[in-house]
Write a protein that binds this ligand. Structure first.
Ligand SMILES: Cc1ncc(COP(=O)(O)O)c(C=O)c1O
Length: 384
């Protein structure tokens, strides 16, 4: 074995010894409530395809048509060969649907992860202090590191601490950044509160609404619609409720120009394919044209949360606290034996000893699927 393999083997053994080893689950079909996973038919309570748009006929037809017209790849970055009329059209559509209040531009990137990195790397620097919620998504944490800005982490949702930290700001500019819907706990940032505290100190706000887009608000416009407040920078993903791939930033056209010129994740990465872009565009059109999809999701979230005795649940992410990493793995395995797929989430995604089963609800789940799942989970929780 080479010394590189020795190093990898040592690290793998340490990871396994700590109960943190992961294996890939193989899907042989789409992200639907009844999914084929590792050669078994399982009811899926784990996907971010919250509205079922990944398999919506309008979405898949649009992607197929674009594939036929434009081919499989974009051939270059957005600034070279990678911008088609579909890319420009999608950005206008995203700005139109998710924008407002002077935010009339949207910049589309390959992933939400890339979008967070791109915004933070471009906006933050030595003259900006970034104030980041302690439970923010890894892509925000990585973006903060890349920005080479001073970063102050405030305790999760603690606006008093944020207010105090902002009062100590020693740079000309400051940026408050938070998930809109926290990706593991499913709770919501107090967006109006964050905006008010930030404004008091002349700070900008950035919200990563990856899990709010398509799931919050009566029309699925996300945290902005749910709370009636707007951050300076809104990041969304097409990879979750919109059923496709990609990340986007809704902002003013001046900020949009800055990102298209200087965001490294935009400039130095091949553009998403036309098929991806067409699928996302069609998903936004579906979302804009039907209110009952979002209403169905909200009804299913209420139904599932009610059956699991979870109060005040708004988002489709319902964490089931377990604690011990090994127990979470075992519970997930037992759920699989009962016909349900819910992954255990362990450190480093959540704190050590704070493992959860992360349940996600879809508009496509039937009442029977939700009832059967809740019964199985309650029975399992009582035994463990
Ligand atoms: C809160 C949050 N932000 C950003 C991302 C990254 O988005 P994407 O999967 O499109 O890269 C995710 C998902 O993984 C997320 O949960």
């Amino acid at each position: 074995m080479s010394s590189l393999d020795d190093l990898a083997a040592d690290r793998n053994a340490a990871w396994t010894g700590a109960g943190l080893s992961r294996t890939l689950r193989e899907f042989t079909g789409p992200q639907e409530p009844l999914a084929r996973i590792d050669d078994r038919d399982l009811i899926l309570f784990a996907s971010s395809n919250y509205l079922g748009l990944a398999t919506h006929p309008g979405v898949t037809a649009a992607a197929r048509a674009a594939l036929g017209t434009y081919g499989a790849g974009s051939g270059g970055s957005r600034l070279t060969t990678g911008t088609t009329d579909l890319h420009s059209g999608l950005e206008r559509r995203l700005a139109d649907f998710f924008g407002g209040g002077g935010h009339d531009d949207a910049v589309f990137l390959a992933t939400g992860y890339q979008a967070n990195l791109a915004v933070l790397q471009t906006i933050a620097g030595p003259d900006v202090t970034v104030y980041s919620d302690s439970l923010n998504h890894a892509s925000i944490i990585d973006g903060c590191r890349l920005a080479r800005a001073m970063v102050r982490v405030f305790p999760h949702g603690d606006l008093v601490a944020l207010d105090r930290l902002l009062g100590e700001c020693a740079t000309p500019y400051s940026l408050v950044v938070s998930d809109g819907v926290f990706s593991m706990d499913g709770d919501l940032a107090d967006l109006p509160g964050l905006v008010a505290v930030a404004e008091r100190h002349g700070a900008w706000t950035m919200i990563d609404d990856a899990h709010g887009v398509g799931t919050l608000g009566a029309t699925g416009r996300g945290s902005v619609e749910h709370h009636g407040a707007r951050p300076d920078l809104l990041v969304g993903t097409a990879s979750k409720a919109l059923g496709g791939e990609g990340g986007f930033v809704v902002c003013s056209s001046t900020v949009g120009t800055l990102l298209r010129n200087q965001a490294r994740g935009f400039v130095y990465s091949t553009a998403p394919s036309a098929a991806t872009v067409a699928g996302v565009r069609a998903a936004v059109d579906v979302l804009d044209g039907t209110s009952d999809l979002v209403a169905r999701l909200h009804a299913n979230v209420r139904e599932c949360a009610g059956r699991l005795d979870v109060r005040r649940q708004v988002s489709p992410i319902i964490p089931v606290p377990v604690g011990d990493e090994g127990r979470a793995v075992e519970m997930s395995r037992e759920l699989m034996e009962r016909g349900f797929f819910v992954p255990p989430i362990r450190w480093p995604t959540v704190a050590r000893g704070a493992a959860i089963l992360r349940v996600t609800v879809s508009a496509e789940h039937t009442p029977e699927q939700i009832r059967a799942f809740a019964d199985a989970l309650r029975e399992l929780t009582a035994r463990h």
